[in-house]
Design a protein around this ligand. Structure first.
Ligand code: HEC
Length: 180
């Protein structure tokens, strides 16, 4: 009986420990993604203007995410959204219900650790539109020259019309517990 009580007591603790481990690893993996994306965006805009920034996002953003995946360790990561610019960033199935919930909640969503199957875990972190810079390519009043370029590169673009402070999408990570 005592052992049973002990197991019941320890179970939530160990689950909490796993969540913490996944979270720490995910934050660590996403740090360079965030930094590289921002640096590339800012330096390209400085050098070539907003149009240059679009190209940086189009060409560099997927490369940056790709370079940070740890394929041998089955670690994958990226960005996704309910309103996509690039359909390659479409949400994975396990992410969809969270996206739906976060969009309808109207609040800043919390980070989320999700058990996928067996030892595989997912991590989600909200991306909020908190910088005026973002609105130049995702806002309500995008310059016509910028709009033309966006439409040419992304004919099905759904990632304009956002307002400051809005939920823009998610950073996601997938990993095996055995590999971290
Ligand atoms: C210079 C224009 C530009 C600016 C400024 C910009 N973005 Fe983007 N954004 C893009 C382009 C282009 C893509 C598509 C990238 C691709 O092809 O993977 C994109 C994609 C994204 C995505 C991935 C989901 C999707 O729709 O494909 C997110 C999330 C995102 N942007 C958020 C932001 C945030 C937050 C900011 C402000 C920090 C920002 N963007 C600033 C042009 C821009």
């Amino acid at each position: 009986m005592k052992l049973f009580t002990l197991i019941l007591f320890l179970l939530p603790l160990s689950l909490h420990g796993i969540e913490e481990k996944v979270k720490i690893k995910a934050i660590d993996l996403l740090k360079p993604l965030k930094q590289n994306l921002m640096q590339t965006l800012q330096s390209e805009i400085k050098a070539k203007g907003i149009i240059g920034g679009i190209e940086a996002c189009q060409i560099e953003a997927p490369k940056i995410a790709e370079a940070l995946q740890e394929k041998t360790k089955k670690i994958e990561l990226g960005r996704t959204s309910h309103k996509l610019r690039n359909s390659n960033n479409a949400p994975r199935d396990w992410v969809k219900p969270y996206l739906k919930e976060f969009v309808s909640s109207g609040k800043i969503p919390p980070v989320q650790v999700v058990r996928l199957s067996g030892e595989r875990y997912g991590y989600l972190e909200p991306i909020m539109l908190t910088q005026p810079l973002c609105l130049q390519c995702h806002g309500n009043e995008i310059e016509s020259e910028v709009m033309v370029r966006l439409k040419a590169l992304y004919p099905n673009d759904d990632a304009a019309g956002f307002k400051m402070g809005e939920f823009r999408g998610l950073f996601w990570v997938e990993m095996d517990l055995t590999e971290i």
